[in-house]
Design a protein around this ligand. Sequence first.
Ligand SMILES: Cc1cc2nc3c(=O)[nH]c(=O)nc-3n(C[C@H](O)[C@H](O)[C@H](O)COP(=O)(O)O)c2cc1C
Length: 370
Amino acid sequence: MLFTPEKIGSLELPNRLVRSATAECLADAAGRPMPRLKQMYQELARGGVGLIITGHMYVHPSGKAHPGMTGVFSDDLIPGLATLADTVHAEGGAIAAQISHAGRQSRGGMVDDPMGPSAYASTPPRLGAREMTIDEIEMMIDAYAQAARRAKQAGFDAVQIHAAHGYLVSQFLSPIANQRSDEWGGSLENRSRFMRRIIAAVREQVEPDFPVFAKLGIRDESEKGLSLQEGVEIIRQLPDMGLDAVEISGGLAETSAFNIAGDIKPGENEAIFRSWAQAAREAADLPVVLVGGMRSLATMEDVLQSGDAQLISMCRPLICEPDLPDRLSSGASEASACVSKNRCWPRKEDIGISCKCSGVVGKRHSASGV
Ligand SMILES: Cc1cc2nc3c(=O)[nH]c(=O)nc-3n(C[C@H](O)[C@H](O)[C@H](O)COP(=O)(O)O)c2cc1C
């Protein structure tokens, strides 16, 4: 089933393999993509993946998470973003823009005045944050909507709202990060208001049939955090909110170790969020994208055949082997060579993510060095 077509809303994909959002760290200080980012997308598109989701892009200057993050916060950025979409389309691929705001998870030096749903005292490299005013909440909702408009204008095929991993939307959903006592905090209805308003505002900026989906942190993985039951309740409401699909993940920065789990071994501990995908499927009639430790063709096929998910998403394997989709479809590989050691992030002297396990995986990573 992996190499059969699937749809996200009106977007027709040639296969069910998705490159999950991956912060490439390949933009300049102003958020403009560097040429190597184009090269990376070209390689991914050539490698046969059905849909590329960009790394998270900041929707407002106050939402930059880390150095090298791509921006989507100004119309001036549209021409640079358009070169990314054009590059992927020239290879016959499809590309979605992941839009995000770091909120309280901004690293030191990125923004002057970090803010989140509630005040937050943190330890370096992250700063603390102050509580957002209601005017700022309204401004950020509009920032997501304008970012979606820009992505569409730049030629992207879809927009993914980042509502996972403890970034701003996920912060509002989480009773740990969101301790407000006004209409934006407290009950699940109030905590999900920010997300609902963003989706509605995004929908107003793009045509009704433009594909919009979310990566949702369905659980905080902490006793006091967003529970699975609450996450599933949000999923139940997503079709009415106007979303076309959902990718399942979880966790805040404090509990992130499990959403980028180490030492995944094909056939042993893959598909870490499969049970959550099952719960999501039961809750809503919406295509589910399963990310997190997907490594072998056998597991991917099993997940699709069972109906637990309709699309399979990978991050680290495609840093290591951008041509993995073609290798799986041709029979050249049965599984990803990724050893999930989490060494993908740039070292101090590097620009951009790269696979640093080439000794282990036999130099199957990108020829362009990205
Ligand atoms: C280097 C790196 C960058 C990532 N950047 C993002 C991102 O920008 N947005 C996002 O939603 N997830 C991001 N993730 C998480 C992945 O999309 C994915 O959810 C996680 O790595 C689990 O999938 P995997 O086992 O296929 O790597 C990143 C992960 C890594 C390793």
